[in-house]
Design a protein around this ligand. Structure first.
Ligand code: FE
Ligand code: FE
Ligand code: ZN
Length: 277
């Protein structure tokens, strides 16, 4: 087994793309995730073309693969409140416009919480928003993240994600990001039955839709619907199960990003462990 695995972690976007690229390389990463703006969803810094240009050259030189942009997690595209939905739409539309400076990468978002309107209505509102913001000629794939199902979250069942995708017209620009903590909390046993879960994903959504993975352990037990990330090997999933995910032949071509409670040295250690070196 000598396949190359693209592994990285969530990094702060405060100092720009070149800085993130250098930080990634310094911890043995060759992908990374970043928030497109501060998680509260306020104004984004304007993209600096010089920074992006320098980053792209640096990334090519150091073999950095596909990177993962993450929308502010406070957005709710399926809120009951029209202004909240409109804010999500405007923010994501602006993020996608800015992502065009970095063509060929992915943009991940949390589908949202239906807050009592029902899963069906939630699915409808999320798909409506996507149909408004996706453009035929865009160069970014937009990813729905698998959720743990806390509160009224949409997207903790593969069927819900498939239902959103089925309603999106430009669905060739859509994919899914699988979060190991979230799916385990949601009741998919990737510790005991990884192959069965991947078969189910393939049957319901299609594995070709899977474009990125968040690698996290969980502070809570199987099917707890909680969503609290833990360091690799210190939670309910354990190191062996997460190692099997990263090196699974059906997954190992994807970018893997850690979102564990760590600073850079902790991430460096987890990347080293998960590479198996
Ligand atoms: Fe997320
Ligand atoms: Fe995640
Ligand atoms: Zn989470």
């Amino acid at each position: 087994m000598s396949e190359h695995v693209y592994l990285g972690c969530h990094l702060s976007c405060a100092k720009g793309f070149l800085h993130m690229g250098k930080e990634a390389v310094s911890i043995g990463a060759d992908t990374f995730q970043f928030f497109t703006r501060n998680p509260r969803g306020s104004r984004a810094k304007e993209i600096k073309e010089k920074d992006v240009e320098a980053y792209l050259a640096y990334a090519a030189e150091h073999g950095i693969g596909t990177i993962v942009a993450h929308a502010p997690y406070t957005l709710n595209p399926c809120s009951a409140d029209e202004h909240t939905r409109e804010f999500a739409r405007m923010t994501m539309e602006d993020d996608l416009r800015r992502m065009e400076y970095l063509p060929g990468n992915v943009y991940n978002f949390h589908p949202g919480s239906h807050v009592g309107q029902g899963i069906e209505r939630g699915i409808e509102l999320i798909a409506d928003m996507l149909n408004e913001i996706l453009k035929p000629d865009q160069h970014t794939t937009v990813l729905l993240e698998t959720m743990s199902g806390k509160g009224s979250e949409v997207g903790s069942r593969f069927e819900e994600l498939a239902a959103i995708l089925a309603r999106v017209e430009l669905s060739e620009h859509m994919g899914v990001c699988l979060d190991t903590c979230h799916v385990y909390d949601a009741g998919y046993d990737i510790v005991g039955n990884l192959d069965q879960v991947l078969d189910e994903f393939d049957r319901v959504i299609g594995l070709d839709r899977l474009r990125a993975v968040h690698v996290n352990d969980s502070k809570n037990p199987f099917a707890s619907h909680k969503d609290r990330h833990e360091k690799i090997g210190q939670g309910a999933l354990g190191f062996d199960a997460l190692y099997r995910v990263v090196h699974h032949p059906r997954l190992s071509h994807l970018p893997f990003c850690l979102e564990t409670p760590n600073e850079l040295p902790g991430y460096a250690e987890e990347i080293r462990m998960l590479r198996g070196v």
